[in-house]
Design a protein around this ligand. Structure first.
Ligand SMILES: [Zn+2]
Ligand SMILES: [Zn+2]
Length: 266
């Protein structure tokens, strides 16, 4: 039995003797099948030629795979009581990473912005014996069902210790943003709100690789969902993709710019 992982999106599938017939995450038009066709690896093969870096990212700690694998996002360790919440997830979990995360307080929970980062979440949850909080609107995209997965419904879920999950929607119906109230406040957005090279703005799309926009109503909805929260920083999905300060104005300005662009007013 092997634990197959899609090379293009990093999603891990349940134990099987042979690879799945296809990857539903990648055949969905928000993702893509690479030109060379569907390819699979396994957890063991991935661990043989990749490793994780655990290092500071703004006020938090990032966990990302080198060399970059699949979509290339890094996860974040967010202080959660005397432990951590893992925000978003990655495909590789090896012994060195587990020891490093344990040294920093382990995990008391996992929360993930959207299905592109579900990756090997069940493996992480089993090792750290913690729940995974996912929005119920995206339940169909869970490829490895497990009792550790706790689906939540509605617009907001308080996790405690100053951490709140917010449903933004947009890129996926259950697209989730994490608010951290500590200090001046921060949003951890995955790619529900995308940090782009021009840090005076952020972006909102239905598909990032295929560059498909969202309707203006969906973008206004994301803006309205985060408006009640105090925050100064935004952490995006990749190393270095963060807006350290002034992020609330950046989001307001970007929602307005999106509408102006669609109306031909730029
Ligand atoms: Zn895939
Ligand atoms: Zn995505």
């Amino acid at each position: 039995m092997e634990r197959f992982i899609c090379v293009a999106c990093g999603t891990q599938f349940p134990d099987a003797d042979s690879p799945p017939a296809g990857c539903p995450i990648c055949t969905d038009p928000r993702q893509y099948i690479p030109e060379g066709g569907q390819r699979w690896t396994t957890s063991a093969e991935l661990a043989s030629d990749h490793e994780n870096q655990v290092r500071d990212e703004g006020d938090l700690v990032g966990v990302g795979t080198e060399p970059s694998f699949a979509i290339g996002q890094r996860a974040l360790l967010v202080p959660f009581g005397d432990s951590n919440l893992l925000w978003d997830c990655i495909s590789l979990l090896d012994d060195v990473t587990a020891q490093e995360v344990d040294r920093r307080g382990g995990l008391a929970g996992i929360a993930i912005s959207h299905p592109h980062y579900y990756t090997a979440m069940v493996e992480w949850a089993h090792l750290f014996d913690c729940p995974i909080h996912l929005h119920a609107a995206d339940a169909e995209w869970v490829m490895r069902p497990d009792p550790a997965i706790q689906h939540w419904d509605g617009e907001v879920k308080e996790l405690g210790e100053g951490l709140t999950l917010i449903r933004g929607g947009g890129h996926f119906p259950g697209g989730t943003i994490l608010h951290r109230s500590d200090g001046a406040g921060a949003l951890l957005t995955g790619d529900i709100i995308q940090v782009i090279p021009d840090r005076t703005h952020v972006a909102f799309l239905w598909s990032y690789p295929n560059l498909v926009p969202l309707p203006e109503t969906a973008v206004q909805r994301i803006g309205a969902a985060v408006e009640p929260f105090d925050y100064d920083a935004i952490y995006g999905a990749w190393w270095g993709r963060l807006i350290p300060t002034g992020a609330k104005d950046v989001v307001r300005r970007s929602v307005e710019r999106y509408g102006a662009a669609l109306r031909g007013e730029l």
